[in-house]
Design a protein around this ligand. Structure first.
Ligand code: AMP
Ligand code: MN
Ligand code: MN
Ligand code: MN
Length: 273
């Protein structure tokens, strides 16, 4: 079983890379990609664990992008992790994340919430800082009852903490990934809440930029969504990928290897490798 979209403490996941690999093994995953947000820092540790446990590890990363005012994610798979175009791009993403965290914190400060930068940094630890770490701080401070409430009120699309002007264009992320010999995959197309017209426009741009695949399966999703995405992958001649988008064992709807298989009429992304 393939799971090609997962997170560790190197971004907003809660398990160490080696623990992601061993949980994947337990859950029956045979080929795994660790795809932390804008970071490949966990790949070394994951590779050691994968060797030990006999899991096939594919290099991975999930790049934050901006397309037509919407924050979208491009997953890179099966690339050379030493490629300098890619590593320079990801270094830029890390500085952008640091700057962005200061802006988010200032915006929360204006809403009367202080100490958010330090708080979020504490939750991020050594990993790349993101909105989920701010969400945990907001919960800790009693500003909201849950992480999802934090997104609804402060951090989600259109809210003050939704800062994304620093992200590169989709074409740029595709360029970094392809320069490193990797496959560029449009992540979870259904999660952007776009109109279908706008989604088709994104897919067209993604193809024109050299994007090669899209996620047809992302975590546990409705069969009707799977059918629709499978049709889009056929229409745009994109390979199909599948991943849990695992972050934590507590989120059962996106646990490792918990997804449905790709529909038979899809061409799996690994057939291109
Ligand atoms: P960032 O990388 O800082 O833009 O944060 C995006 C991450 O926040 C996603 O990868 C999810 O893990 C998480 N996230 C996004 N929306 C929500 C939500 N509504 N509830 C909980 N977590 C979310
Ligand atoms: Mn995430
Ligand atoms: Mn994502
Ligand atoms: Mn993800």
């Amino acid at each position: 079983m393939y799971d090609l979209h997962t997170h560790s403490i190197c971004s907003d996941g809660i398990l160490r890379p080696q623990a992601v690999v061993s949980r994947a093994k337990e859950k029956g995953v045979t080929t795994l990609a660790l795809t932390d947000h804008d970071s490949i820092d966990g790949l070394g540790e994951a590779a050691l664990a994968a060797d030990e446990l006999g899991v096939n590890l594919v290099t991975g990363v999930e790049v934050s992008c901006l397309w037509s005012g919407v924050g979208v994610h491009v997953v890179g798979l099966n690339f050379d992790a030493d490629n300098s175009v890619l590593t320079a791009g990801l270094e830029r993403q890390q500085s952008a994340r640091a700057r962005r965290s200061e802006i988010i914190s200032e915006r929360l400060e204006k809403l009367g919430i202080s100490g958010a930068l330090e708080g979020a940094r504490r939750f991020a630890g050594e990993g790349s800082i993101g909105r989920p770490h701010f969400a945990k701080y907001l919960v800790e401070q009693g500003e909201v009852a849950s992480v999802s409430a934090a997104f609804k009120r402060y951090l989600g699309a259109g809210k003050p903490g939704d800062v994304k002007q620093m992200w590169p264009a989709v074409a740029e992320a595709v360029h970094w990934i392809r320069s490193a010999g990797g496959t560029a995959v449009l992540a979870h197309p259904d999660k952007y809440k776009m109109t279908r017209t706008k989604l088709r426009c994104l897919l067209r741009d993604f193809c024109d930029a050299g994007g090669q695949a899209m996620e047809v399966i992302s975590g546990c999703q409705e069969p009707s969504i799977t059918r629709e995405l499978a049709q889009l992958s056929e229409k745009y001649q994109l390979y199909a990928s599948c991943g849990s988008d695992f972050h934590s064992p507590e989120q059962a709807w996106q646990d490792l290897g918990c997804m449905a298989p790709l529909p038979d009429d899809c061409v799996p992304v690994w057939e291109s490798w």
